[in-house]
Design a binder for this molecule. Structure first.
Ligand code: FMN
Ligand code: SF4
Ligand code: SF4
Length: 260
């Protein structure tokens, strides 16, 4: 079984490719949280996989909270994990494994797949150019058959990661600050004159933090900064502070030029 989280579709696409090849069930973590489903029966020879984007050089808050409640019918199951990131993922997998250890699991095989950038709320952070976006996705397509064969063969000890230059600094200092202080919905606004009241932002929010058209953020304390509301708005009516007014939007296959 594969548990996944996605904000802008990159990780969903990767998880779907793996699911198609290994034939295991795919679960969207926010749906499981909505249903309160945390206990799972494993079938004969089934693996446990986690796919999620890197958020501030750590697993996203929603994924970490989900894991604390998870339990499985069997121990000693082959477990693997994959994170997508725009650039590098630091010690994300070390943090994930610490969280997994608390529920008696370890991801013994780990991958990072670089995908188009989705974080745009800080200076010097932009969406990728169309060229870079395509280059990243093409490379990911080339990596997938290998990733799939490692998982199929239940190979352990594989660590194909993109940690960056000073991963501990990024994950435990900068990322810790980012996740503690900057993952929130405080700066979201909507331009009511621009909003066409399509309801997309409410629909895509994984934590049901948006209501109505034009949208209102409920401030339910669960925003995971995935930026789905910002990126999927068809008319760029949503902003996070002033900075995103000068930024583009991205989600997987926004241009409609990716085959599945
Ligand atoms: C809140 C947030 C934090 C991010 N932090 C990082 C990061 O630390 N390193 C990185 O390389 N990319 C980072 N990114 C980019 C995403 O990891 C990357 O674009 C990912 O593929 C998005 O996956 P998704 O489309 O499944 O949401 C961040 C994106 C968001 C929204
Ligand atoms: S409010 Fe926006 S950024 Fe926060 S979880 Fe919902 S969609 Fe993601
Ligand atoms: S997605 Fe954009 S246009 Fe649609 S309701 Fe939300 S803010 Fe308005």
């Amino acid at each position: 079984m594969i548990f996944y989280f996605t904000g802008t579709g990159n990780t969903k696409w990767v998880a779907q490719q793996i699911r198609k090849a290994i034939g295991e069930e795919l679960f969207y973590i926010p749906d499981l949280i909505r249903k309160g489903q945390y206990q799972f029966e494993l079938k004969q020879n089934e693996t446990i996989g986690f796919c999620f984007p890197t958020h501030g050089w750590q697993p996203p808050r929603i994924v970490r909270e989900f894991i604390t409640k998870l339990s499985f019918s069997k121990k000693n199951t082959y477990c693997w994990a994959l994170t997508t990131c725009g650039d590098n993922m630091g010690e994300t997998m070390t943090i994930l494994n610490k969280d997994l250890a608390a529920i008696g699991l370890q991801a013994t095989t780990q991958f990072a797949v670089v995908m188009p950038e989705s974080y745009v709320c800080l200076p010097f952070m932009y969406t990728d150019t169309e060229e870079k976006e395509h280059a990243k996705i093409n490379l990911a397509r080339k990596m997938l058959p290998h990733i799939i064969s490692v998982i199929r063969e239940r190979t352990t000890g594989v660590e194909e990661l993109v940690k960056g230059g000073t991963p501990r600094l990024y994950s435990y200092v900068i990322g810790a600050y980012f996740n503690a202080r900057m993952v929130n919905d405080k700066k979201f606004t909507v331009d009511e004159d621009v909003c066409i009241k399509c309801g997309k932002c409410e629909k895509v929010c994984p934590v049901d933090n948006i209501q109505g058209t034009p949208p209102e953020w409920i401030h339910n304390g669960r925003c995971t900064s995935c930026l789905a509301c910002y990126h999927y708005c068809p008319v760029h009516a949503i902003n996070f502070g002033k900075i995103t007014r000068k930024r583009d939007q991205y989600y997987f296959n926004k241009r409609g030029d990716q085959k599945s």
